[in-house]
Design a protein around this ligand. Structure first.
Ligand SMILES: [Zn+2]
Length: 198
């Protein structure tokens, strides 16, 4: 499932933000990965709500079948290649809807340094670091096929495995404030990438 805001200046440059629609067969998949899906949609909604018209195309993607073969991610990359799409970078949120901590980035060293130079824009209680290496299962095929740089959103991990792939992964365990802080952090980074490039 794909929704996008078309870029005003560089519509052919695509920034993909994603989560996955399927879940493990116990629980409801609220953290894994309802949270990532909602955050991806909400980034687009935040841009709209704030009247920000992105220069590049920002696409929210709900991948399917992440848990059992990642055929959605593979198909997305296959179509991207077939349609000759230009994917600037892709971000995945698939580590739970917990309070934000940092981002992991698989890209050129100069891009990672550029992202680090933006850290002062974030409250250190939310995003405090950019680490080298990161992405996600759904966007890895884009990196493999097209060489697209990837970003993994990293929330606090202390409680993830209390719920992960268990009957406890339900809506009530997602704290709205923590989820929103993560969304705002992702939107902030995407805003900066759209504005200044890599
Ligand atoms: Zn997942």
């Amino acid at each position: 499932m794909v929704g996008e805001l078309i870029g005003s200046e560089f519509p052919d440059e695509i920034i993909t933000i994603g989560g996955h629609l399927d879940s493990w067969d116990v629980g409801h998949g609220a953290h894994d990965d309802g949270a990532g899906c909602m955050q991806s949609i909400q980034v687009l909604r935040l841009f709209q709500k704030l009247g920000i018209k992105p220069k590049r195309t920002i696409r929210a993607v709900m991948f399917i079948n992440e848990e059992n073969g990642s055929r959605g991610g593979k198909k997305y990359a296959e179509l991207a290649e077939k349609n000759n799409e230009n994917h600037l970078i892709a971000l995945e949120s698939d580590a739970g809807g917990f309070a934000p901590r940092g981002f992991g980035v698989t890209a050129e060293e100069s891009t990672i340094e550029k992202f680090r130079s933006w850290l002062p824009h974030f409250n250190p209680n939310t995003i405090s670091y950019i680490k080298k290496g990161g992405g996600g299962v759904d966007i890895a095929p884009l990196n493999r096929r097209l060489g697209t740089p990837t970003i993994g959103f990293i929330p606090d991990s202390q409680r993830m495995f209390d719920v992960h792939h268990s009957p406890k992964d339900v809506f009530a365990t997602v704290h709205p404030r923590e989820l929103e802080l993560g969304t705002a952090s992702i939107a902030g980074l995407i805003y900066l990438i759209d504005k200044y490039g890599l």
